[in-house]
Design a protein around this ligand. Structure first.
Ligand code: CUA
Length: 181
């Protein structure tokens, strides 16, 4: 009668081991799913930008009152002489507004090789902000400001598309970055 009892204990031990394995696998799966979600929210800039990791921070703004904010003048922040203004972080600032199936400005001129902090918001519904050829892919929500810093190493034209379905004009929602030497 001794041997079957040992076998029984051995089986229980196997069950516990497999239960442990199942728990570990489930946890790993969750971590994997979570990290893929996070990497979508905090994209890496590749291609022209170079591949360094880049955080997106979110601020708030009143979408009905953008006139009182820098979003009232979409585009690169320049001084009276038309020169880009360097902010306290040592980057340039550009403001972009998504709404009504368009991006403002329609064409954003940026200097190559200089870090530019993009501040992007939406006025009406959720839009996407994807710089094609890079991993920059941000969801825009009305009232939220997504802020991310990018550096375009090469001059040329870069397209930005809305990748979040926002209505009938969704597929026309494109803007251009003209990266200048
Ligand atoms: Cu905006 Cu799709």
């Amino acid at each position: 009668p001794q041997a079957p009892r040992l076998d029984h204990h051995a089986l229980e031990r196997y069950e516990r081991i497999w239960l442990g394995v199942a728990v570990v696998m489930t946890v790993l799966l969750f971590v994997g799913v979570l990290s893929s979600l996070i990497s979508g929210t905090y994209p890496r800039l590749s291609g022209q930008g170079g591949g360094h990791s880049m955080a997106v921070t979110k601020g708030r703004v009143d979408p009905a009152n953008l006139a009182a904010t820098p979003f009232a003048r979409p585009g690169l922040v320049v001084d009276a002489a038309g020169q880009p203004v360097v902010n306290a972080q040592g980057t340039l600032d550009a403001y972009i507004v998504a709404g009504n199936f368009t991006f403002q400005p329609a064409v954003l001129r940026l200097p190559a090789g200089r870090p530019v902090t993009l501040h992007v918001t939406a006025t009406d519904v959720a839009h996407g902000f994807q710089i094609t050829g890079t991993n920059v892919n941000v969801e825009l929500l009305p009232g939220h400001v997504a802020t991310l810093t990018v550096t375009f190493r090469r001059s040329g034209e870069q397209h930005v598309i809305c990748n979040e379905y926002c209505g009938l004009g969704h597929h026309n929602m494109i803007t251009r970055f003209l990266v200048e030497p």
